[in-house]
Structures are given as structure tokens and as C-alpha cells.
Design a protein around this ligand. Sequence first.
Ligand code: TA6
Length: 274
Amino acid sequence: MTRSEHHGDDIITLTHPSGSTANITSFGAQVLSWIDAEGRERLYLSRHADMDGGSAIRGGIPVIFPQFGTGPLPKHGLIRTRRWSVLKHTESSVTLQISDDDVTRALWPYPFRAELEVELTETLRLQFSVENTGESHFDFSAALHNYFAVDSVEVASVLGLGGLEYVDKVTGGAQRAESDARLQVVSQTDRIYPAGPRQVSIQNAVGTSSTAIATSDFGDWVVWNPWLDGSTALADMEPSDYRHMLCVEAARVAEPVRLAPKEVWIGAEVISVS
Ligand code: TA6
């Protein structure tokens, strides 16, 4: 069964008069594809991704909540592997929602309601919101784990993180400073940049075009590429595909958010091409 046949009923397609399109699955409310107005795919999706709803989908834009990375909960939290429901759907936008249930409460005892709005204009805009529907506060981390398509990771570079301190997860969490204005990924890379700038971009992402990500809510940035050894170790990724993807993620991980009862937290990102 091919991916599209399997998820045929489940894929929500957004279209825009410019000719751009986006596909979203209700499994994890994950954006799987964004084709720009020039017909170029801007997101990476592994051809070996598990699309059967059994595990996380490798690629697109996984939504991470309430835990980023490893910890007491399943890696990257609870909602990237759950089915969401569609609240609203127009030609160019969709809003999906998910709430706590027996499965989430067995792992994390907090009532919540989360929404993801995906809007296709000249840009792709994602707005993630979380409401605390319980009686006590909770703390959470969150991220939009963007897997961007790059023609070649050796040619692409990340602009906007120069001079910043980062946590280097590849060397066990060492604190380092980014010395170059332009980050060239040349080996396994897994970094958290706390309190980064509003916008970061990938230069020469697809051809000579750049992919830019802007957010004023998330605050932190994560840059990840598994390189050859890391991608070889992943069952759901072609080893050589590390060359064709680069994760640049809008994240809130350095300082978790504390959400009081009835409070809502909103984190949005706008992805554009230039
Ligand atoms: O965002 C980077 C990261 O946390 C890496 O440490 C790497 O493990 C990646 O996410 C992918 O995680 P996954 O659970 O999807 O294999």
C-alpha cells in the first residue's frame, strides 16, 4: 500500500491561488508537504516514514508537546502520535484539535486542549495553542519540529544564529558559542539555541532559494541533522537522506512554559520562501 493510498481519506490538502499547496494528516496534525508557488517541495518527508499510525512520522512538521526530546514521557511528548480532529477547514486553512484522554492522562495527569491552525497564503503559517482545562498549573515544552528539504546540506547554510550561545547535545550538553555568522552543517548536529532571534533562514535550501522561519513566541531554536551515522541508525530514513534534510525548529525548551488553569499559550511560526 502506498503512503497516499493508505492515508487517502486522512490527508487534508490546502490550495492557494498562487499555485502552492500543503498536505496535512490528522495523525499528529502533521504537515507533510508544502509545495511553493514555483512547484518546489520545501519540506522533507522520508520515503520510509511509518504512515500506519503506529509511530511518529519522519518528516514534515511534527508538533511536540508537552515534552521536548527525552524525559519521563515518550520522546517528544504525547500528541505527535495521536489522531487529532478537524475543527475547521477552508480551501487554504485547517484547524485541528486534540484534548487529554485516558491515554494521555495515564502518562501525564493534566487536562488540556491543543489546537493547530495551518494557513496557506504566500507563506505557510502554523499556530499552535494550548489551553489548561484543569484545576492546577502545569509546565510544558513545545516545538514545531520543521524538517526542511535541502538540495544538499553541504551547500545550505543557516543564517541568524551567529554569535549565540547554544547547548550542544552531540557532546552531552556542552555550552558553546556560535562563532560564525553562518552555520554550515558539516557533521552530526543537534543544538538548542536559547533566546534566539525572531527569524532564522536556510540559505540555498532549494536551488538558490532560501527558506525563512519567523516566530515571536517560541523563543528558542533547535538545529538538527543526524549526518550519515545517525540516519543509518534510523530505521525510517534512507541513510543518504541526511544530505537532503535540515531541521530548524521553532521551540520553547530552555525554560518550560508554566500554564495556570484556564490560561492559553500561543506559539506561531511563519515560513516563507525567497
Ligand atoms: O529536535 C532534535 C531531536 O530532538 C534530536 O535529538 C533527534 O533525536 C530528533 O529530534 C528526532 O527525534 P525522533 O524521536 O523523531 O527520532
